[in-house]
Ligand binder design. Structure first.
Ligand SMILES: C[S@@+](CC[C@H](N)C(=O)[O-])C[C@H]1O[C@@H](n2cnc3c(N)ncnc32)[C@H](O)[C@@H]1O
Length: 497
């Protein structure tokens, strides 16, 4: 059945002017597993060389708000962002064989089993403690709210004549999951859309084989715009929050690696090989330089040993730790002194948090906060006085240590970090590690690893990926403990001069 649909898709791509190399093989990996959603990968039948162009995709063949037959409806209903694209997708599905994308839609999975589509008990049992537990629950509520406020009213309207069966809340969640896992930012005019062929490539972290380039008719070499990679520090690499229309854009769209700032003049996108690929191998794209939390959140899978994994500790947890040792007044004053020194954690929506890197190193801001919380009262008063003085501020050793300008050079930063790692700060890091670990519930890391090793990936995909995420995060907690156990070797001399 799938082979016939695949032939239909290939014929359709030809009609649409989508050209691709004969070397590309679209392989259905799990055809015999009827209960599983279809899984396609792209392989190469012969050696591919760096620079080979393996596909050309006209933008007109992409399913976007601009190209969809739902364009007028979407404009009239004043829908925007990913919500509008979801309506376009649902609308095209509702047209059946009348849709320009019928053969393309026939090969799409009905949905992608990303956590947004998991039941609440599944989310609570599989994701608790992980970086995405709270976000996924919030996403679920917001997506439902979007449907109720923006899509449901369209169903009762005579002017739109929508087939309600294709616009149910379940269909909306399904459309959101497909957009999250396989939409691309095309250009300013088309916005985000579904890009046939490009969305068949699987992801490999930081080891992709193809990039995308937008090509103009007139001057190809001048106007090429690279799409393949994001900068490692691209802020879009984190799950994002809403835009103007929908509050749930972060959960709805991922913008796979095809983004462009190009204008409307560029009519095609090209897929270019960026490193040699041997015959028979899979050809991978990259969906961005992101850790397992973001991969699971947006695309429904994780990777072992992901170098972009990270762990966060909420400011709330630090405050709770502090309240377990000190009075409320103490905590408030110390926190405000930390802010007076111009410190801030990472901020996302309504939460403030600190990052712990893959190798277990806490963000400098966290070390400074712990140090201030634990300062003896005399030192705190001295520091507070120095900061409150009008006119010339009296430099004290602590002020010199804690001022942000000391962290500008790598050498000073490393020295400061070691000085901040007093015995009590290290003890505090252990307590925070314990607190963060307790969020995962009663199962230990060893229990998780044992369950993971006993699993069959193919039949227990949700459990497999959620365990992979828990294990990746808990290993970082282990490294945080090792970091806290490391002994500082720098002396105060430098700062007390
Ligand atoms: C853009 S599609 C890629 C093509 C897809 N395999 C298909 O069958 O159409 C993205 C989806 O492919 C799957 N996928 C991509 N890369 C993967 C990987 N490295 N490991 C597991 N699943 C992956 C995930 O289900 C993801 O949501």
């Amino acid at each position: 059945m799938y082979a016939r649909r695949m032939r239909g898709l290939k014929r359709w791509m030809k009609w649409q002017g989508i050209e691709y190399s004969d070397a590309l093989l679209f392989s259905i990996d799990n055809e015999e597993m009827a209960a599983q959603p279809l899984s396609i990968s792209v392989k190469t039948l012969c050696d591919l060389k760096d620079g080979d162009i393996v596909a050309t995709i006209p933008k007109q063949s992409c399913l976007t708000v601009k190209t969809s037959a739902a364009n007028h409806l979407i404009e009239e209903a004043q829908l925007g962002g990913y919500l509008a694209l979801a309506v376009a997708l649902m609308y095209e599905k509702s047209l059946g064989p009348q849709s320009k994308w019928f053969q393309y839609l026939q090969m799409l999975p009905p949905f992608e089993p990303i956590p947004l589509l998991w039941s609440l008990p599944e989310i609570d049992s599989l994701l608790s403690g992980t970086e995405i537990h709270k976000t996924v629950k919030e996403d679920k509520a917001l997506v439902y709210q979007d449907w109720k406020e923006c899509i449901k009213p369209l169903l009762g309207s005579d002017s739109f004549e929508l087939n309600a069966d294709f616009f149910t809340v379940d269909e909306y969640f399904a459309a959101k999951s497909l957009i999250a896992s396989r939409s691309f930012q095309i250009d300013d005019y088309h916005g985000t859309g579904m890009v046939p062929l490009a969305d068949l490539f699987n992801h490999k972290t930081a080891a992709e084989d193809v990039h995308f380039t937008s090509v103009s008719f007139s001057s190809e070499s001048d106007s090429d715009t690279e799409y393949g990679k994001r900068d490692a520090d691209d802020e879009n690499d984190e799950p994002r929050a809403s835009d103007s229309h929908s509050q749930t854009e972060g959960s709805g769209g991922s913008e796979l690696e095809l983004s462009s700032s190009s204008g409307t003049g560029l009519k095609f996108m090209e897929m270019i090989i960026v490193k040699d690929v041997k015959a028979g191998a899979e050809v991978f794209n990259t969906y961005g330089y992101v850790g397992n939390a973001a991969l699971l959140h947006r695309y429904g899978f994780t990777e072992p040993d992901n170098p972009f994994d990270i762990l966060n500790i909420d400011l709330d947890m630090v405050v709770q730790w502090s309240l377990s040792l000190f009075s409320c007044r103490h905590c408030r004053r110390r926190l405000s002194l930390w802010r007076k020194l111009d410190y801030l954690g990472c901020v996302s929506q309504d939460s403030e948090y600190f990052e712990i890197s893959l190798n277990g190193e806490p963000q400098m801001e966290l070390l400074v906060l712990l140090y201030i919380m634990l300062l003896p009262e005399d030192n705190y008063n001295e520091l507070d006085l120095a900061l409150s003085s009008i006119g010339e501020v009296k430099e004290t050793p602590n002020l010199r240590l804690l001022r942000k300008k000391n962290f500008l050079s790598t050498e000073e930063l490393e020295i400061s970090k070691k000085l901040l790692l007093t015995r009590s700060v290290r003890q505090a890091l252990f307590s925070l590690a314990d607190g963060r670990e307790s969020l995962y519930g009663p199962n230990t890391l060893e229990d998780d690893i044992r369950s993971f090793n006993d699993l069959c990936h193919a039949t227990a995909s949700k459990l497999y990926h959620s365990l992979m995420l828990r294990i990746s995060e808990r290993r970082i907690i282990g490294k945080l403990r090792s970091f806290a156990a490391s002994v500082a070797t720098v002396h105060w001399m430098r700062f007390s001069k």
